[in-house]
Design a binder for this molecule. Structure first.
Ligand SMILES: *[C@@H]1O[C@H](CO)[C@@H](O)[C@H](O)[C@H]1NC(C)=O
Ligand SMILES: *[C@@H]1O[C@H](CO)[C@@H](O)[C@H](O)[C@H]1NC(C)=O
Ligand SMILES: *[C@@H]1O[C@H](CO)[C@@H](O)[C@H](O)[C@H]1NC(C)=O
Ligand SMILES: *[C@@H]1O[C@H](CO)[C@@H](O)[C@H](O)[C@H]1NC(C)=O
Ligand SMILES: *[C@@H]1O[C@H](CO)[C@@H](O)[C@H](O)[C@H]1NC(C)=O
Ligand SMILES: *[C@@H]1O[C@H](CO)[C@@H](O)[C@H](O)[C@H]1NC(C)=O
Ligand SMILES: *[C@@H]1O[C@H](CO)[C@@H](O)[C@H](O)[C@H]1NC(C)=O
Ligand SMILES: *[C@@H]1O[C@H](CO)[C@@H](O)[C@H](O)[C@H]1NC(C)=O
Ligand SMILES: *[C@@H]1O[C@H](CO)[C@@H](O)[C@H](O)[C@H]1NC(C)=O
Length: 454
């Protein structure tokens, strides 16, 4: 028995060794491979020397990795996606793909990148998608959740994408085409791709990049564990006044455990940071949002019969300027809504300026009207929420109201705590805090919705 399994084993390794040998003969035009000096000359660490440095996941650091480069694109239609896929396959298991400064790399084909394991992508140049709407609407990866599509799916384990470069969604043509449509309209068929999506992934780190002009959501993490974004800039800016970017959210998630965003700036016309169903262990620090729909928990509870939750979020030192909302919790009501809970959320040191609704708890989200919400109230419980040291100004759009916490009569809302709230309204003083259906004391004076001067 031992003998035969040994034989099988050696045959298998022979076969794979020869497969690798043949495979490695192929190098696309303009590509190159650089070997790290340290590992090829001194494979072992001599006695008394320091151990080689490892990254956060225990893998080799940049200088110890085999590097793969590919040719750059000559123009915006010169698709290098085959070369990029080649490089990622070669660099998988310990290598690095380098996209150089000053070069543009155009992706014109959908890419399944779910096979990754311990790979770095150093993006100092620009990785840009074609805006061939017809192609992408026929070729993409589709997710039922809010009918999302994407150009590519990143998945696997230990993937780091970093550098000073740009990931460009080339969104203008998509926004122009979408103009006047509504993403949540059941009849909408004009789907737009998400710029960066992970699925079934563990340990994803993105740092230093500029994520630019996504056609739809900028990032979406699905079935993923441990995502870290640090020092990232996200924006979506239209050059056409009659078609503004829409639904270009900074951060969205679904079934994610461990979502960290630090030292990041977001300048988009929709949610800045908005984890969606089943996101747990969220950490946000030093986030700047301009012109956004705020830092929200949710929306959740959108789909009938489905249980959703968001728990354990720490949101600290956030600046929110010129937006619709500041710190927000949002859940769906209506005859076709789901249920669930939002639990253990802290917003601390939040600076809000010129914002319509600085602090909001909304359980009658989106276009479901108040009559319907009253008849079919949200079944999402909201518990253990802190708003600590929230200061600045509202836009005055809601009159003197600077915080509105309207809980669902169909759910439990308790241990909601506000402290050190100093938000003024240009519409007059004193500023008003509205609350309803909350169990217990919220820590500040609040008035029922009927007394609000808005
Ligand atoms: C998730 O990835 C793991 C390997 O990382 C794989 O074994 C598993 O089949 C994948 N699951 C799904 C649902 O794709
Ligand atoms: C701007 O967007 C509108 C609405 O989609 C579109 O009709 C128009 O052609 C666009 N303008 C330019 C210059 O692309
Ligand atoms: C808060 O975040 C801003 C960026 O928005 C940063 O400049 C500032 O240093 C941070 N403050 C603290 C105390 O970390
Ligand atoms: C913030 O957004 C407003 C529009 O909402 C824009 O006019 C302004 O230039 C933005 N500021 C920065 C610093 O990006
Ligand atoms: C959230 O998790 C629950 C299981 O706890 C699952 O039934 C539900 O489908 C998930 N929600 C979504 C939107 O995936
Ligand atoms: C609440 O969330 C924080 C993270 O913000 C976490 O450290 C803490 O353990 C959570 N509390 C409970 C009771 O789960
Ligand atoms: C919501 O709270 C009620 C009352 O405390 C409880 O019976 C129900 O199970 C909770 N729902 C969820 C989804 O946790
Ligand atoms: C509220 O929405 C329901 C369902 O769409 C509709 O039947 C009803 O007329 C609406 N009521 C008001 C006051 O708009
Ligand atoms: C509230 O903010 C205003 C304007 O920033 C400031 O003048 C005032 O001292 C603050 N009040 C408290 C109690 O911190």
């Amino acid at each position: 028995m031992k003998f035969s399994s040994f034989l099988l084993c050696s045959v298998a390794s022979l076969a794979s060794a020869s497969a690798i040998a043949i495979d490695s003969d192929y190098i696309p035009v303009g590509a190159s491979i650089t070997y790290p000096r340290s590992t090829s000359v001194f494979p072992r660490v001599p006695w008394g020397h320091k151990k080689p440095k490892k990254d956060n996941w225990g893998n080799a650091v940049e200088k110890d990795r085999k590097k793969f480069t590919i040719r750059a694109s000559k123009n915006d239609r010169d698709d290098i996606s085959d070369d990029f896929l080649w490089a990622l396959k070669k660099a998988n298991h310990g290598g690095l793909v380098e996209l150089k400064k000053g070069k543009k790399y155009v992706i014109g084909k959908k890419l399944d990148l779910t096979f990754l394991k311990n790979v770095y992508v150093k993006l100092d140049g620009e990785l840009k998608f074609t805006n061939d709407i017809e192609y992408w609407q026929a070729n993409n990866f589709y997710y039922d959740f809010q009918k999302s599509i994407t150009f590519w799916v990143w998945g696997g384990k230990d993937v780091k994408i970093y550098g000073k470069g740009v990931l460009n969604g080339n969104g203008q043509a998509w926004w122009d085409g979408f103009s006047g449509a509504e993403i949540l309209d059941p009849n909408n068929k004009y789907y737009r791709p998400i710029l960066f999506l992970t699925d079934n992934a563990t340990n994803i780190e993105v740092s230093g990049l500029h994520l630019k002009d996504s056609p739809c959501w900028t990032t979406f993490f699905v079935r993923t564990k441990n995502v870290v974004f640090d020092d990232v800039y996200i924006d979506a800016v239209s050059t056409n006044v009659s078609s503004l970017p829409k639904n270009t959210d900074g951060f969205d998630s679904l079934n994610v455990d461990g979502l960290t965003v630090t030292n990041t700036r977001v300048n988009v016309g929709d949610d800045c940071f908005s984890p969606k169903p089943n996101t747990t262990n969220i950490f946000v620090k030093n986030l700047w949002c301009n012109g956004t729909h705020g830092v929200s928990m949710g929306s959740i509870g959108q789909y009938p019969g489905v249980k959703d939750y968001i728990s354990n979020a720490w949101i600290e030192n956030v600046t929110l300027l010129n937006g619709q909302n500041g710190a927000r919790l949002k859940a769906w009501a209506g005859p076709d809504a789901g249920y669930g809970y939002i639990d253990n959320i802290t917003y601390k040191d939040i600076h809000i300026e010129n914002t319509d609704n600085p602090v909001v708890l909304d359980q009658c989200y989106f276009n479901v009207n108040e009559t319907t919400c009253a008849a079919y109230p949200s079944k999402v419980n909201i518990t253990n929420v802190n708003f600590l040291n929230i200061y600045g100004t509202s836009s005055g759009l809601e009159g003197k109201v600077v915080a509105d916490l309207t809980c669902s009569p169909g759910a439990t809302c308790n241990n909601i705590h506000l402290e050190n709230i100093n938000i003024t309204s240009p519409a007059g003083s004193p500023p008003q805090i509205v609350c309803s259906n909350i169990q217990g004391d919220i820590g500040v004076d609040c008035i029922p919705p009927s007394e609000a001067e808005d």
